[in-house]
Ligand binder design. Sequence first.
Ligand code: C2E
Ligand code: MG
Ligand code: MG
Length: 743
Amino acid sequence: MNRKNIKYFNELRKKAESLVYPTCEEDFELNPEKIKHLFEELSINQVELERQYEDFKLTQTALQQSRQDFANLFDFAPVGYIRLDENAQMLQMNKTFMTMLQIPPTKLKNKHFAQFVDERDLALFNVRFPAFYKKPDNKTLELRLKTYKGETFEAELKAYFLDDTSELSKKTQPCLLVTLTNVSERKDMERELQLSAIVFENSDAAIMITDIEGRILKTNLAFSKITGYESEEVLGRSTRILNSGKQSKAFYQNLWQQLKTQGSWRGEIWNRHKNGTLYAEWLSINSVADKFGRTSHYIAIFNDITQRKQDEEKIKYLAHYDILTQLPNRALFNDRLQHAISYAKRHKQWLAVFFLDLDRFKQINDTLGHAAGDVLLQQVAKRLKNCVRETDTVARFGGDEFVMLLTNFSDEESAILQSTEISAHILKALSQPFDIAGGRVMSSGSVGFTLYPKDGYSAVELIRNADTAMYHAKEKGRNTYQHYTDEMHSNSLARSLLEIELHSALANQELVLFYQPQVDLQNHNKIVAVEALLRWRHPKKGIIPPNDFIPILEETGLIHAVGEWILKTACQQLKQWHTSKYSELKMAVNLSAKQFMHCDHLVETVKKVLADCQLDGRYLELEITESVMMQNLQETSNVLRQLREIGVCISLDDFGTGYSSLAYLKKFPLDTLKIDASFVRDIAEDKDDQIIIQSVIAIAAQMLLNTVAEGIENQAQADFLIAQGCKLGQGFFYSKPVPAELL
Ligand code: C2E
Ligand code: MG
Ligand code: MG
């Protein structure tokens, strides 16, 4: 009931009393009408009063409710509230704050806010806190707080200074209202985002985020590095800006299809750099879904793999091609041949495999140097390619060996015909002079070929048989070609058998030396020397001549042991002859090219054998051929000089058949030239041979060298040589090579 109502009510009461108890001053007439009216008015007022009282009660309840609401709001607000005085003493706090800081209800009193500040941030708090009391309001501070139990969390503080102007402050001291929010989670998230941003920016892989239309939304540094585009140049643009045009439409359709159905795509792709160059990348795209599961973005991550691809290509090339000639190598050739055989088999066709070996390549290499040898091989490769069709394969097998594959022959006849023609064509091409190192070099080759299916069914067989045929071409005098025959195969089988048997020949004492005399043509054919010639007494095949097995000894390396044995046996025999019948006899021993490859060993062996046999070096003559002399000029000449120093004589065998020039002859410490039997054979009829022999003898005399003519078989030959002043002669005319006991 408010005051106005009370006043009004009092006036009414007074009026009613004056009616019941009239005063003398008042002119009062007890009028029932008036009384009735007054009572009506009274009861109306009564109702009004009751209504107002009801209102008043309602207002009071509402007030109480709102007070409670406010208290609840204050206590259970999502942020912590505290009221601090000027010294940061806590005057009031809500429940959220208490929960945040785990403060037990019993410990509410006399709390200073600083005691909840983590030590690490205490200094910061002390510096910033006084400023909270100054305008402007709404200051924010982030602090690490520690709870009553000692746990730390990160909080954001917002302070509102309640100053003197407020009505409230007239009754209370000035204070600070502070709200607190636990921001640990947000901070963690921020840090995580920051980390992600660092990873995003600094990733070696390019990262590109697009919307579902493929419009670029975000790129990183690596993206710019790989594509050449700065971020701002591509933002909002379609990823098509990177297209190289190298992939087909179907490729992209398939990519999108997979991306939509499986949510990711991975693979290799070619794109275009800003500068126009193409690069290969390894790309993986993943779709990102929003909370409703709908694709909202795509994330593409890629690395530039151009270099890696180039390296791979290079490795692949190196594995399949010969660097020097750029021709396919053995591996690739085998592969192509195998495919060609399968194809020929299916289509009932014929194919041909050629094996080519350059004649005397080693000599060219040794005399002109390896660089010149390399140029020769390159030029040979070019010429060979010109001899065949684009679709045929020319490969280098290694060294001076080349192989070729020709396909698509309809039948045997055309295969033979065309292979023969091509062989001839190749030989002709190789016989043209080569321009090397400013000079002209002559070369030639030996070719063998095989035909599928006649000469072999497999790649191995066809190549091996072509090699055998080539070998026969070489034996036939080089610069020629041979088609493989089965007979060649049996020959090579026989050779393999010999090889096996040779291994035990020395131990089984099947190797023997025969001796052929060298006579003094100018002095009644007196025997002055013998040449030791090797023979193999085969238990089944009888005597096998050296030319049939010395190459095998050389290939297998047995030549070293056998060579040492020959030297020892010959010297022992000579010693025996010295003490029995021929006191001044000399012994000629042949040395093979392979024995010269271990020169140091050779000199030592010779020294030791001479010492063991107590022989003077001058009784020993070592025969070498021109090719031995040319194989390693410097080293050979050194070894010969060392042999010379111990008195051993050196003679040049088969003179005239090799490639040595007179200039080289002068450089070597030689004693004797042995004129090859081929010049002696037709000496009576062939004018050219006569001239050659005359010249050789004249040159030898000039150079103070001895001459020995080989292969003298009759009197006419002997007469001619005697007339020309040839010193010594050797041949069947005087004696065949014979066992020691027959001499
Ligand atoms: P070479 O050193 O030129 O030996 C001369 C060859 O001519 C010998 O053949 C000999 O029997 C043969 N001969 C000699 N006089 C006549 C003749 O009047 N008419 C004909 N048609 N031939 C005659 P052989 O013994 O078959 O030796 C062949 C080659 O084998 C030798 O040629 C030599 O290069 C090599 N050789 C022989 N024995 C040895 C050896 O012990 N060591 C090495 N490394 N090679 C050897
Ligand atoms: Mg000889
Ligand atoms: Mg000879």
